[in-house]
Design a protein around this ligand. Structure first.
Ligand code: HAM
Length: 436
């Protein structure tokens, strides 16, 4: 097929005509099983804390996401948006907080409303390791509670999740961005400070300053480090109430032994944040892509989306980056997909059909060879599958109503003895062998 407006793809026997589009990947077994396990650990941890799953649609009216802030790259540069056949301006979701809050306003559930989610998000970013155009997040959101204990609960759940995966080098940075008035005064002060120090800023940061002075604090460029380091800090602009809320959050985290660093210059990439904000960085990953998760309060978002004033807080953790961090720390490996039994049938294949179905129905993972191959070829397939046992049925076994159970390399036990068992006893025998 010829790309519209582009050159005809060069056909080559080695390069298939169609490949995943830039920034997207196929997640194949066994990695897909790892993602599934990660999500089920997450679901268990947050489920225990009273969160129910929400599955919002993957696309929404563009306006829902425009509320993320007109000065954010996510809105101005990275949105996958299009006009659908009904003339609606639609966007693929770049994140799920806005969708969750839209759902809250639409359905008016009782508060506190505690939900969790998992699924893909879409951002037109420059693809690189750990930065994709389609990426998965797990996350939670809570609407209707303005209590610092909730901030602590939310942050601690993320920390517990990383711990449950076995990650030990994830660092939590915490900040409060103040309420909107405090934040506005801070932004004005920051603007004045950077304007007075314009010569010390890189051209990129000068551009950022025109759009959002807060984002200049985010600069990772070494040339900006001095001027950013000496910039005013938000803490001097807090009201007593904001300062007390933040102090309670810090005290609660200490009480739960969640380690954190207060990072006065932590700003997040989305504009809806107020007061508590946080980010998790995996130190085992390259600094440019080491943010494995983040979140905070977004107390004004429900109002922005047409609802009544409702406090909200949550986080989202990048599944892809979290798995990269696990690889870097050598933890949370892919689960084994090996079956318990692999049926080798040299009588034509019908017996394998019956035996695998019976084993699977009894809850024992079982696979088989196809196409009536030779015994040698079937045994090779059995070994490749990683199965603990080959269940062999040839003409002798068929006539005698038995099967041969042969331990394979996938069997962890010491005893390598081959057994001949009655077909009716196979399930019980295998169960005993697998879980002695
Ligand atoms: P975010 O910081 O934009 O926040 O994304 C959260 C996490 O998603 C990041 O820390 C990162 O691990 C992952 N992530 C983001 N973009 C990409 C990408 N292009 N490729 C791979 N991973 C990526 C949010 O999305 C907010 N909705 C979080 C939140 C929830 N705040 C309050 N509630």
């Amino acid at each position: 097929m010829q790309a519209i407006g582009g050159p005809a793809p060069v056909a080559s026997p080695d390069v298939p005509e169609f490949q995943t589009s830039p920034g997207t990947r196929d997640i194949l077994p066994p990695d897909s099983a790892r993602v599934r396990q990660l999500v089920s650990i997450f679901a268990e941890i947050v489920g225990r804390a009273g969160y129910g799953e929400i599955v919002p649609p993957m696309f929404e009216d563009l306006g829902v996401f425009q509320r993320l802030g007109e000065a954010t790259d996510v809105v101005t540069k990275e949105m996958y948006d299009f006009v659908d056949k009904g003339g609606r301006h639609i966007a693929l979701r770049p994140e799920q907080t806005a969708s969750v809050v839209r759902a809250f306003v639409q359905h008016s559930p009782l508060t506190p409303w505690k939900v969790w989610y998992y699924g893909p998000n879409f951002r037109y970013e420059k693809p690189q390791t750990g930065r994709y155009r389609q990426f998965d997040q797990v996350g939670i959101e809570v609407l209707g509670v303005d209590d610092p204990n909730l901030d602590v609960e939310v942050i601690a759940l993320a920390a517990r999740f990383y711990e449950a995966l076995g990650l030990r080098q994830v660092r939590l940075s915490l900040n409060s961005l103040g309420n909107p008035d405090e934040r506005a005064s801070y932004v004005t002060a920051l603007q004045r400070y950077f304007e007075a120090n314009l010569d010390a800023l890189t051209p990129e940061s000068r551009q950022t300053l025109l759009k959002n002075p807060l984002r200049v604090l985010d600069s990772k460029r070494a040339e900006d480090a001095d001027v950013v380091g000496a910039a005013p800090q938000i803490g001097s602009f807090y009201s007593d109430e904001t300062a007390a809320h933040f102090e309670s959050v810090c005290a609660g985290l200490r009480a739960l032994d969640v380690e954190f660093t207060v990072t006065a210059h932590l700003v997040r990439g989305l504009d809806y944040y107020r007061r508590t904000t946080f980010e998790f960085a995996a130190e085992a990953l390259d600094a440019a892509q080491n943010a494995v998760g983040g979140g905070g309060r977004y107390d004004g978002l429900a109002e922005d989306l047409g609802g009544s004033a409702t406090p909200g807080i949550g986080f989202a953790l990048g599944v892809d980056r979290t798995i990269l961090a696990c690889d870097a720390e050598g933890v949370f490996g892919a689960p084994s997909l090996a079956p318990s039994a692999f049926v080798v049938d040299t009588t034509g294949g019908h017996e394998a059909l019956l035996i695998t179905a019976a084993l699977q129905r009894a809850g024992l993972p079982a696979d088989r060879a196809y196409e009536n191959r030779s015994m040698k070829s079937q045994m090779k397939a059995a070994g490749r599958s990683g199965a603990a046992f080959a269940i062999i049925i040839g003409s002798d076994e068929l006539a005698a109503g038995t099967v041969t159970v042969r331990p394979l390399a996938g069997h962890a036990g010491e005893d390598r003895t081959q057994l001949v068992v009655e077909r009716g006893d196979l399930i019980d025998t295998l169960r005993k062998l697998i879980e002695p």
